[in-house]
Design a binder for this molecule. Structure first.
Ligand code: GLC
Length: 746
């Protein structure tokens, strides 16, 4: 073995041994990896770092020949289990080194059984549920040959204009971290199980801060915010053993994330000791030319390969340039070997060399009754009751007649939401179908509007007529799926079209008016909420939207979801997030002002000299963590195990919750802290724990949270540290209410 080879072995073995085992490092893998690499030609190594789309090499025989020649390490968006198995067979049996292929696909919130969009699933605040949902997604996807999903997305975002908020778990890093870990575990399961699918922590990092919510836009994120918020879900996923990361499209503080040594090398590899693999996002390497960060594709390839992108998705900057970069001495073969090693390590961790083909577990798992039931449960728990005046809900199944109106009442495709590759609207059960099966002819259905952006009033008269002859009105409002998701940023986040006008007309009938909103983002629905007697926010709930919404509307279950993101009064309030800073002139909810309050010819300079909008005040439409049920819960008996703790002690904070109503319901109990004084300004609140409990009427439960000094750690621009001082704590039903206590950290 050459000296260089020995050095490479040492590097590999050392790196693997000192890594904190971000995932199981099966014994002997590093030796195998090195041995394999030492036998590969440069072309074969460059083949491994290339992921291509279906058809890239031409017809099927040309594709197979490319695999035999070692020209590809992964495919994306190839479908058909038999076809995938055959291509995998060619890779293992007919190529020189028998290196298996990764078959990637966006299985974001379901494969064929579609679950609510991730923002909806996050509203359940039930990580275990998301783990089960993604396990089902992996079972279905792997049965069709997929062994790599480009999920979960764990970008934190404050901006409902950004279409991809639909794919996120909202604004809070702690909640997003819990959900990210759950989804990684769900997808990957037991790595040696044939149903295991490699997960992908994306988009690394900061994409959710795209300026103005315009997709792919610039992001400015100071290192304090980057580390205290945006990196946290990714580090949690890394610690949970996520096998892959995906770099992003955005330019982070002037450096595109697909060419960013600070994030890809300094943080991911040096600080976190990550030894999985990084794939670029579609074309993001070449896009560094558009960013003005690379002069040409060769430069872009050099920047990305040096920064730490292991595999290139879909485009071929690497394939076209790595050899010449090597010949020109601009990169070393050791660098290419490192990237190949990361890719081979993932394939070995997944046992792909041993379990040659995804054992096509019987595809009768697809859309199985148990899968659909889990989708229904997840959808039911993701919906958030925002208003319920005079207990308008639940409705009785014996209601004499119910007007069902609105563009989302029978929208089989739209209820599935964004990022539906293999979901099929024919599998959907819509609210109209589900309600019809309960009420039969007692349901008076009139769409009123054909789709969410419809601007024709031709359906209004029939809709109003149906409302007048019914005991209550159920209006399904919202946005079509195409208005949310990637590249679908909206500057206006109101209900599209003339839905509000139709709701206004229906309101005039004087009948109880219930709104169910299906959307991929928090919409600014203040006016509509005013008019409605009850509002249920359903997000895009997936295949089983109909049965799930009926479970709640007719009271078989109480709503239990809570908002993972703030609802703003209007786009002018964006960005608005609950863990904001206090500022030097904090406003409070009492500082409610309206520009109509300003006296004419006022001599006043200002209404408040406080940090707020004089027309919105400082309160959102609805706060993070908000959600109602069909019962009420009281909180009392806040107790702290001590009024002060040292840095090596644990504080226990508890409260007693009682179901004071007459409905069995779930309650998501939330635990927040505030660091009163810090070496940088600190948020007015930070979520540090949550527990979902279910109580029967009259029952009580004491809920406890443990807080260690390390839970108070933050990055102050220079170091991660825990600073002694005064802290407030809350236990409550949302980010604005709760029992307040205090302690001192010595
Ligand atoms: C897209 C998305 C990314 C997705 C990839 C493959 O542009 O940004 O999230 O996984 O391409 O479809």
């Amino acid at each position: 073995m050459t000296a260089r080879g020995l050095l490479f072995v040492f590097i590999l073995v050392f790196f693997a041994s000192c890594s904190n085992k971000t995932f199981i490092n099966q014994e002997g893998n590093e030796q195998k990896i090195h041995q394999l690499i030492s036998q590969m030609t440069l072309d074969e190594k460059i083949g491994q770092v290339q992921q291509v789309t279906d058809g890239f090499f031409g017809n099927e025989e040309e594709t197979k020949q490319a695999i035999r020649d070692g020209k590809v390490g992964s495919f994306l968006n190839i479908t058909g289990p038999e076809r995938i198995a055959e291509l995998q067979r060619v890779a293992l049996e007919e190529s020189k080194h028998g290196i298996p292929l990764l078959f990637g696909r966006d299985v974001i919130h379901g494969y064929r059984t579609i679950f609510p969009i991730p923002l909806g699933m996050a509203s359940s605040w039930e990580p275990d549920l998301l783990e089960k949902a993604m396990r089902v997604s992996a079972v279905e996807a792997s049965s069709m040959g997929i062994n790599w999903t480009f999920a979960p997305m764990m970008d934190v975002t404050w901006d409902p204009r950004w279409g991809r908020i639909a794919e996120s778990c909202g604004e809070d890093p702690y909640l997003a971290s819990q959900m990210a870990v759950a989804m990684v575990k769900g997808f990957q399961g037991d790595l040696n199980d044939p149903t295991s699918v490699a997960a992908c922590a994306k988009h690394f990092v900061g994409y959710g801060m795209s300026e103005a919510g315009r997709d792919y836009n610039t992001t400015y994120i100071p290192e304090t915010l980057l580390r205290n918020v945006h990196l946290r879900p990714f580090e949690a996923a890394k610690n949970a053993g996520v096998l892959t990361f995906m770099s992003a499209f955005n330019d982070l503080n002037g450096v595109p994330t697909s060419g960013n040594e600070f994030t890809l090398k300094h943080i991911l590899r040096d600080e976190w000791k990550y030894n999985g693999m990084v794939v670029s996002d579609w074309g993001s390497i070449g896009e560094m030319i558009n960013h003005g960060f690379a002069a040409n594709r060769k430069d872009a390839a050099e920047i990305a390969v040096k920064a730490g992108v292991d595999m290139e998705m879909a485009t071929t900057c690497y394939t076209d340039n790595l050899k010449s970069l090597l010949e020109e001495g601009r990169i070393s073969e050791e660098l290419i070997n490192e990237h190949v090693a990361n890719i081979l390590r993932v394939k070995m961790e997944m046992g792909l060399f041993e379990k040659p083909y995804n054992q096509m577990v019987s595809t009768d798992t697809i859309l199985s009754a148990s899968h659909l039931e889990l989708s229904r449960e997840t959808a039911r728990k993701s919906m958030v009751l925002l208003k319920n005046t005079n207990k308008t809900l639940p409705l009785s199944k014996n209601i004499r007649s119910l007007a069902l109106i609105g563009p989302l009442a029978d929208a089989a495709r739209d209820q599935l939401g964004t990022w539906i590759f293999d979901g099929n609207e024919d599998d959907s059960t819509t609210p109209k179908q589900a309600i019809g099966s309960i009420l039969g002819t007692r349901m008076n259905y009139v769409a009123g509007l054909e789709y969410s952006r419809d601007k024709s009033t031709k359906g209004f008269e029939k809709a109003v007529s149906a409302a007048k002859k019914s005991d209550a009105i159920l209006f399904f409002a919202g946005e079509e799926a195409i208005l949310s998701g990637e590249a679908n940023a909206r500057g206006i986040i109101d209900l599209p079209g003339i839905q509000t006008e139709l709701i206004t007309e229906l309101k005039k009938t004087g009948k109880p008016l219930i709104l169910v909103v299906m959307a991929g983002r928090p919409l600014a629905i203040g006016a509509e909420m005013e008019m409605a007697d009850a509002v249920l926010y359903a997000w895009h709930p997936g295949t089983m939207a109909g049965p799930a919404v009926c479970d709640l509307l007719f009271g078989d279950f109480s709503p239990s979801g809570k908002l993972p993101v703030t609802f703003v009064k209007g786009a002018g309030q964006i960005p608005f997030y609950y863990y904001r800073k206090n500022t030097g002139r904090p406003a409070t909810s009492e500082d409610v002002v309206s520009i109509d309050d300003i006296p004419r010819n006022s001599k006043q300079l200002s209404l408040g000299f406080k940090s707020m909008h004089i027309d919105y005040g400082i309160t959102p439409l609805l706060p993070f963590g908000y959600g109602l049920g069909y019962t009420e819960f009281s909180y009392d008996n806040l107790a702290l195990s001590s009024s002060e703790i040292s840095q090596d002690e644990t504080l226990t904070v508890s409260a007693r919750i009682k179901n004071t109503g007459n409905y069995t319901a779930g309650e998501i109990v939330q635990f927040y802290i505030r660091d009163k004084v810090g070496s940088i300004t600190r948020p007015i609140k930070e979520l540090k724990g949550f527990q979902k409990i279910e109580l029967n009427p009259g029952d009580t439960k004491t809920v406890s949270f443990e807080l260690k000094a390390s839970d108070l750690q933050f990055f102050n621009g220079r170091d991660y540290l825990v600073e002694p001082g005064d802290f407030d704590v809350w236990i409550g039903p949302n980010s604005e209410e709760g029992l307040k206590g205090a302690f001192v950290l010595k």
